[in-house]
Design a protein around this ligand. Structure first.
Ligand SMILES: Nc1ncnc2c1ncn2[C@@H]1O[C@H](C[S@+](CC[C@H]([NH3+])C(=O)[O-])CC(=O)[O-])[C@@H](O)[C@H]1O
Ligand SMILES: O=C(O)C(=O)Cc1ccccc1
Length: 242
């Protein structure tokens, strides 16, 4: 049964930083669907890009996999021999539930599910790497090194799909996009209190970059082709090909 997200519904006295504990893991499908505009379209497109970019006898990575939604879509669309998927998350609660979730589907594709920090991971022989709303939670000082490791582990022609919450470089547009995102949350049944408490809890934890910062960094690291392929309000997804 799918549980509904009420995590921030009642007033919280000492509101701490947002973390991916068992309470969040239990309601995660509902939380992400009601909080991230375009999430299900992005998951579908990850499957479509897997079909196009997977190379035979390579690895596909889902970094910050949560319950494995992107992993499942990659697995369903994989059409090359000798591939395996490496799905990684550093939340024990997420990995435990991802294991059950992925076991519910029948598939011939091998999935290695790891409880680990993606900053400590060696990426090798990769044709597809997915960072679906994960880089935004990584310490900004470590982002370039992580993306450099991904670039080094990708084969020529390999792809990175990078989905993120963005900050706009234009203050007025930035405010507009944040307001529109809050409208989206209201329309999905979140109260003012839920919206404001979660916003506070995320402040020190989710630090968004601008699309321009992302593009410049990916280009600097050597990616040959970089662009946004989807954006809705302050959420979107970029594609970077080696
Ligand atoms: N250093 C880290 N190492 C490993 N995992 C991490 C790290 N930091 C955060 N995470 C993990 O990154 C995930 C981010 S959620 C991804 C959704 C998923 N991709 C989806 O397609 O459904 C996005 C969101 O909640 O907005 C969480 O599961 C964290 O535990
Ligand atoms: O809810 C938000 O404001 C977000 O930015 C998206 C999100 C979704 C799930 C966990 C953390 C953040």
């Amino acid at each position: 049964m799918q549980e509904k997200d009420h995590i921030f519904a009642a007033p919280i006295d000492r509101l701490g930083d947002f973390c991916f504990d068992h309470k969040v893991a239990d309601v995660f499908p509902d939380m992400i669907k009601r909080s991230v505009p375009g999430y299900s379209n992005i998951i579908s497109a990850i499957g479509m890009m897997t079909a196009r970019f997977a190379q035979p006898h390579t690895q596909l990575y889902d970094l910050g996999c949560s319950l494995g939604a992107a992993t499942q879509e990659m697995r369903r669309n994989l059409n090359q021999p000798g591939c395996r998927i490496v799905a990684v998350d550093n939340s024990a609660a997420m990995v435990e539930r991802a294991r059950n979730h992925l076991a519910a589907f029948r598939s011939d594709v091998e999935v290695e599910l790891l409880e680990a920090d993606i900053c400590d991971l060696t990426i090798e022989n990769a044709s597809v790497v997915v960072l679906n709303f994960t880089l935004q939670f990584i310490d900004p000082a470590l982002r370039e090194v992580l993306l450099g490791n991904i670039y080094a582990g990708l084969k020529p022609g390999g792809v990175l799909i990078l989905s993120e919450k963005f900050v706009s470089a234009d203050d007025t547009v930035n405010e507009l996009l944040i307001d529109l995102h809050h409208d989206f949350k209201r329309a999905n049944g979140y109260s003012e209190l839920e919206i404001s408490q979660k916003r506070t809890a995320l402040e020190n934890v989710l630090r968004p970059d601008s699309p321009e910062q992302h593009k410049a960094r990916l280009k600097r690291l050597g990616f040959a082709h970089v662009d946004m392929w989807f954006q809705c309000f302050n959420f979107g997804s970029m594609v970077a090909v080696k």
